[in-house]
Design a protein around this ligand. Structure first.
Ligand SMILES: [Zn+2]
Length: 94
């Protein structure tokens, strides 16, 4: 869907993207990544990934919906500013 089509879509209409859905807390399952990377992101489901507010795209099969754990600082910061979620994935620096 183009930006123009998105702009014309009625509010609340499911578009198959992250737009208009309530975020849920998700983190990588144990053993998928190191413990330091298992932070809790605020993300919306946009098959085949959960699209985090910070821009990370987390594959659905590798994550769990879980609020307990250290929060993703970038997700928290963006949520506190009430900014829209990132529309592009970020590059992980390792
Ligand atoms: Zn995040």
């Amino acid at each position: 869907m183009s930006a123009q089509e998105r702009a014309l879509a009625p509010r609340g209409t499911s578009t198959g993207t992250a737009a208009g859905r309530a975020p849920v807390p998700v983190r990588y399952r144990a053993g998928v990544v190191g413990e330091a990377s298992r932070v809790v992101h605020q993300a919306v489901r946009a098959e085949p990934v959960f699209q985090a507010r910070c821009g990370r795209a987390l594959p659905v099969e590798l994550v769990e919906v879980e609020a307990r754990g250290a929060p993703c600082a970038r997700c928290v910061a963006l949520a506190s500013l009430n900014l829209p979620a990132a529309d592009r994935p970020v590059v992980e620096l390792g």
